[in-house]
Design a binder for this molecule. Sequence first.
Ligand SMILES: [Zn+2]
Length: 343
Amino acid sequence: MHSSAAPLITRRQALRCFGIAGTALLAASHLRSATPAPASNAPAAPSLSGPQAGYYRFKIGDIEALALQDGGLTPPPDQGPFGVGENPGAVAAALDAALLPTDRLHLAFNVLLVRIGNQLVLIDSGAGANYGPAAGFLPASLANAGVKPEQISAIILTHAHGDHFGGLVNAQTGALNFPNAQIFMSKREHAFWTQTAPDLSGMAVPPDAAKGFAAGAQAVLTAIKPRLQLVAASDKILDGIELLDTPGHTPGHLAVVIGSGRDQLLHFVDAAHHHALSFAHPEWRFAYDTDPALATETRKKLFDRAAADRLRLFGAHMPFPALGRVRKAGSGYDYLAEPFLLG
Ligand SMILES: [Zn+2]
């Protein structure tokens, strides 16, 4: 019978496996405990917990840019919104094929800020109070980066969904959170949401939820009216910014190309929502697309262009800092995240 205090390896075994150094190691291991006891007067190690900085600096040619975190969601994948109508288990299988956890999705909320000339241009505004404590971190991320809300001169509202317009208006006071910003939005998108009963039958959500989408959009579009400028995608709103008609997720959804010289960034916004699922299965129906077939067509068109031109991408719901590229892979695509670079 072995004593519980018997060494796990004997001196003879240590000698055989590791030579003389091994026996010395074995002897030394008897002299110290597993974790060194701190001196009683040693200062406590600082805690490593706390909020994230929430921003990432990068450049697009000469244009300075910040990727900003607004938060994110981690819904269980079996409750949608991906792969509506697919076989049960298809979403989990696709997550597993991408070596991702199958019990939770990760959907980041990202906002892009660019400095063009003397203008600070924000693309969307985060979720504000619309998604509870999981989101609404844009003001903190901006503050950490040293940017004040009143310094934002323009906002491009890419489409009228709550995770994109929620940061425009203070939910308590009704005041505009970016008081000096001109807000640009697609004429078609605005016309769609401000009609009496927008047709949301293409979305795979209960009718009450669809009504909530419409009511939320109408309230915000009314509140921001004094600062709103409606545009067509072909309109030039600023040098260095091109708007792209990318309908399907919503009727007037805009993507944005930001360019300086040979450097370009395609912000595809909500043309795709998940870095593995939307790329491996661009044909899958997404529950919050108002026209799923058109959304798939737009998604493929954008990805084909981006793959052919090796365009640098930014996505509203990609893993932070949301920069990457796309390449064709079988019947779908691969999303390739850009390394996190300093400087
Ligand atoms: Zn979104």
